[in-house]
Write a protein that binds this ligand. Structure first.
Ligand code: ASP
Ligand code: MG
Length: 422
């Protein structure tokens, strides 16, 4: 008997018919004797629908009071889908109970709309499992220390599921989604993209942070930190397929490099349109400016990605960095009205028409010249590189958004990802 966590995405929960299918699949796992905890997303489109209602009443403001209500509102999507799933399981003849995040409770910090999980009390869930119930825990949400409902950021149900699996020391966490695993790149951009049987945790972390939408990045961080055995698989196989076949399908996130396996140098090409570039021009070049600019941005809870500081000319320098689209207006505002006057910078300029393309692979550690191959391929396509950043296992570039698909296709081909490994 194992303790298994299943997570179902919005598409998998998209209608009562689909919820009924999820219930049948979960029942199949419960009937072979596993203890089952299920974390569903809201029904597809529901979170967007709710947030759009709020915007109809008042354009989003940056106040905590407004964000608090957004979380209060958005959390209902998962509450509804969870209750529906419990009802569907009961209809299958299983005992089942659903809990909202605050009932568990799943404790988070108080960063509304992007809260982080701090702890999970699993007593209640364990008691239900011991009594033979299938337990449904709402994804995407928790409770801050003042008793307010918080949400974990879009796609946050993945993180809820992995956090629950970690807290309960589950044997495995299966993320059921509308794709059948992790691909070398997005098949909508490159039809030749292939599913990876396994991907290392570190590669997955880079791919998730680089825009692969398969898993929310925090869920991967959690899985790595607590060594949660994680698999991504399709919820669109027939619910009654053989359970062992199902358990071995999809993509397994691995923690050890298989030494017998010839490691591909590059495992995947990731990309993100969700980036914007902001430059602070003509900043007096003296100690502390990076801190004054980026510290102010970080204090506003905005995540910064790539950073470049130019060589100074005549005592002045330029400073560029990237933030998500969603944070663009807020960051521009902050820089223009607070940071720029304080620093005496000349100008703040923004560019929303950029994208980031990355090559990812743990094989890059032991091979030289991988990044230069990337630069050659881009130059052959006539694509100008605006920013570069590297780590041990990835190289990312910022380029004009209109070349994104061209760049991804060319790189996918150049690194041999179109072909299955021999
Ligand atoms: N329902 C939330 C969203 O749409 C969380 C999730 O689905 O993971 O972002
Ligand atoms: Mg998702």
């Amino acid at each position: 008997m194992s303790l298994i966590v299943h997570k179902y995405g919005g598409t998998s929960m998209g209608s009562t018919e689909r919820i009924s299918n999820v219930a049948k699949r979960v029942a199949k796992w419960a009937r072979v004797g596993h203890q089952m905890v299920v974390v569903p997303s809201a029904m597809s489109g529901e979170t967007n629908r709710l947030l759009a209602l709020a915007k109809e009443l008042a354009p989003s403001t940056l106040t905590d009071a407004y964000s608090r209500e957004l979380d209060m509102l958005a959390a209902t999507g998962e509450q509804a889908s969870s209750a529906l799933l419990a009802i569907a399981l009961q209809a299958e003849g299983l005992e089942s109970v659903s809990y909202a995040g605050w009932q568990v409770p799943i404790r988070t910090n108080n960063a509304y709309t992007k809260a982080r999980i701090e702890s999970i009390d699993d007593k209640r869930v364990r008691a239900d499992l011991a009594a033979g119930r299938v337990v449904i825990v709402t994804g995407f949400q928790g409770l801050d220390e003042s008793g307010n409902i918080t949400t974990l950021g879009r796609g946050g149900s993945d993180t809820s599921a992995v956090a629950v699996a970690a807290a309960m020391k589950a044997d495995e966490c299966l993320i059921y989604t509308d794709v059948d695993g992790v691909y070398t790149t997005d098949p909508r951009v490159v039809p030749e993209a292939r599913r990876l049987e396994t991907v290392s945790f570190e590669e997955m972390l880079e791919m998730a942070s680089m825009g692969s939408k398969v898993l929310q990045i925090r869920s991967v961080e959690f899985a790595g930190k607590y060594k949660v055995k994680l698999r991504v698989l399709s919820s669109f196989t027939p619910w009654d397929i053989d359970i062992n076949t199902e358990a071995a399908s999809g993509t397994l996130i691995t923690f050890e490099e298989d030494e017998n396996m010839e490691q591909a140098i590059v495992s995947g090409i990731a990309f993100s349109r969700d980036e914007t570039k902001i430059s602070v021009l003509g900043v007096p070049d003296k100690p502390g400016i990076a801190y004054q600019i980026l510290g102010a941005v970080a204090d506003a809870n905005i995540e910064i990605d790539m950073i470049i500081q130019n060589i100074s000319k005549g005592g002045l320098t330029d400073f560029s960095f990237t933030v998500n689209h969603g944070d663009y207006a807020k960051t521009m505002d902050l820089l223009k009205n607070v940071v720029m006057p304080k620093l005496g910078a000349e100008e703040v300029v923004g560019d929303t028409k950029i994208c980031k393309v990355s090559i990812v692979g743990i094989g890059m550690r032991s091979h030289v010249g991988v990044a230069s191959t990337m630069f050659r391929v881009l130059s052959e396509e006539g694509i100008n590189i605006q920013m570069i950043s590297t780590s041990e296992i990835k190289t990312s570039v910022v380029i004009d958004e209109k070349y994104m698909e061209l760049a991804v296709r060319a790189l996918h081909k150049a690194f041999g990802l179109d072909q299955a490994p021999a």
